[in-house]
Design a binder for this molecule. Sequence first.
Ligand code: GCU
Length: 341
Amino acid sequence: MKVRNAILASGIALAMFGTCGSLASAAEAKCKRPTEFKLAFNQTEAHPQYKAGVEFGKRLLEVTGGCYSIKVYPNETLGTQTAVINNVSDGSVALAWIGGPPLEAMNPDAIVFNLPYMFASYDAQAAIFADESVVGEYKNATVASKRVKVLAGVFAGIRNVYGKKAVRNIADLKGQKIRVQQSDSQVKMIQLMGAVATPMGQGDVYSAMQTGTLDGAENNETVYDALKHDEVGKFYSYTKHLMIPDYLIMSADVLEKMPEADRKALLDLVPEVTKIANEGFKAFVEDSIAKAKAKGATFVTDVDVAAFRNAVAPLVKESINNPVRQKLYDAIQAANAKYPN
Ligand code: GCU
């Protein structure tokens, strides 16, 4: 009987840790079974944020001695980002990657990072999110009110307009029904660019473009290809209007319930996770462009970017309207001057 129990116990230990290979032996395990955190993600398994999430889970299992693991749910399976951010807020989902615009519902000052033509370069944006003296308070701003902790901001590409026709100037976009992310800033922005704004979750864009509810959308090249939008909108036009960060967010309730040592171990992993998400992105963009071209997409580069920039300037001006936003805006301008391209 004892032998049978020992075999059973080792079998369970193997099932727990054998496949992930994260713990050298079950004897190292501090907990009998890991608590599994859900990480919501609205894109595919090819995305570096998915890979970063999976690695986060593996490393978390190691550094907490088998007490905590993460399961990443890709492809919007846990719902749109707007839904998911509320689930993180109420603690029913522990973690999520979300875009900047949904965060505006929790912290209106998040708008600063979602405004058109805000960042001059990838390096400027990276410098801002690496500087705790700039983003420290911002990341904690929703902890008390919404129980959402922003763990990190990462690069999520440069957004451009795409659809059934090439867009070289504002006249080309006039009257076009363009999908935007679900926030006021994004609606106002695309209206100023000449289009009719249609806010919706990312997962509905393909069929809306297919049926003609939408003429197009705006996003980076990876979404254009990975979500197959290049099948229903052959022209990708470089308006270069946005460089919005994505955020890794966590339920403050879930985080605070962890024993202090495990919580610290989790937080210590964030720079590593951020690095994986950032590093994989540029290659993902190149790969997406090549794949879209092979499917017949046209990338339009002779776009009157200055005209679009002028058109959206009033939105930028009216949005920097309190001291918190002004401080973030000034820091971005300083980073832009240091890293102009
Ligand atoms: C990008 C971004 C996402 C965002 C999406 C969208 O993919 O990385 O966070 O949700 O665009 O437009 O909805």
